[in-house]
Design a protein around this ligand. Structure first.
Ligand SMILES: [Zn+2]
Length: 271
């Protein structure tokens, strides 16, 4: 599932490739992934130009002319693929956006993806995105900000995955982050001491920055259909159930933590 590193890469490529392109025909094969009826969506987006693209948490924001935004959410994963003028259109998709210059991009959502067209004035009321918090790679994700969050009486994993507190981390990068910090995912945030909190803050940033520098998860295709980046062996404990802990050689376990699963070393990450 795409998280902050993959979304920064994808939205960056979209920004570079799509600026000033004008929407022509669109095609939608799955109305339930849209916020408008198909015909209305097609009619409204036609003629709008792309100003820029960026990510906000796990959403892609595409700013359009006429005070509109196209928002994309990859759900459990998606192939968002560009094709140049005259090139073949990807065959499988739920959404196809074509531009007046003959180029375009398709969205194939694996599960639960969204494409929404909103007027700028509707953004402040948009339930799914209005409360998305800053991301760990934003300048204002400071030690002070994180210390404040950790005063909460919630389990540390739930806190970090809460998109209203920190945008962009899901159930992929969290495992190695907590392992490196030697913190059990169910540890209550306000029981961590100040060294643990500050250390965790540094590790969150380092971990995501490193993943971004390495090109993100190769499993996720980029805008050009490339699967660059790293494979599963990048991870220390995530998805390594049954293998030895790289620190202490104890066996890595997969445990239930509320509605999610977690990969931990039970020796390094005691509750
Ligand atoms: Zn260990």
């Amino acid at each position: 599932m795409a998280e902050l590193p993959e979304l920064i890469i994808l939205s960056g490529q979209m920004d570079k490739e799509l600026q000033s392109k004008e929407f022509d025909k669109s095609e939608f094969r799955q109305e339930k992934s849209l916020n408008l009826p198909v015909e209305e969506f097609i009619q409204k987006i036609k003629g709008k130009k792309i100003i820029n693209a960026f990510n906000k948490g796990k959403w892609i924001f595409i700013k359009l002319s006429d005070d509109y935004h196209l928002l994309l959410n990859l759900g459990m994963g998606a192939d968002i693929l560009y094709y140049g003028p005259g090139k073949d259109i990807p065959s499988e998709y739920q959404c196809l956006f074509q531009f007046t210059d003959g180029s375009g991009f398709s969205c194939k959502f694996w599960w639960m993806g969204r494409a929404e067209l909103l007027q700028d004035q509707e953004l402040s009321q948009h339930k799914s995105t209005k409360d998305i918090a800053i991301s760990p790679l934003d300048d204002n994700f400071t030690q002070e900000y994180f210390r404040e969050l950790c005063k909460a009486r919630s389990q540390i994993k739930n806190l970090i995955l809460n998109q209203k507190k920190i945008g962009g981390i899901g159930n992929v990068y969290i495992h190695d982050i907590l392992f490196r910090a030697k913190i059990h995912p169910q540890k209550v945030a306000n029981t961590l001491d100040s060294n643990q909190v500050d250390n965790l803050h540094v590790i969150i940033i380092e971990n995501l920055k490193n993943a971004l520098d390495e090109g993100g998860l190769a499993f996720e295709k980029d805008f050009y259909g490339q699967q660059n980046g790293f494979e599963q062996d990048f991870f220390l404990v995530a998805y390594n159930e049954g293998k030895p802990c790289p620190e202490c050689s104890n066996t890595i376990e997969k445990i239930k933590t509320g509605s999610t699963s977690s990969y931990i070393c039970p020796n390094c990450q005691k509750l």
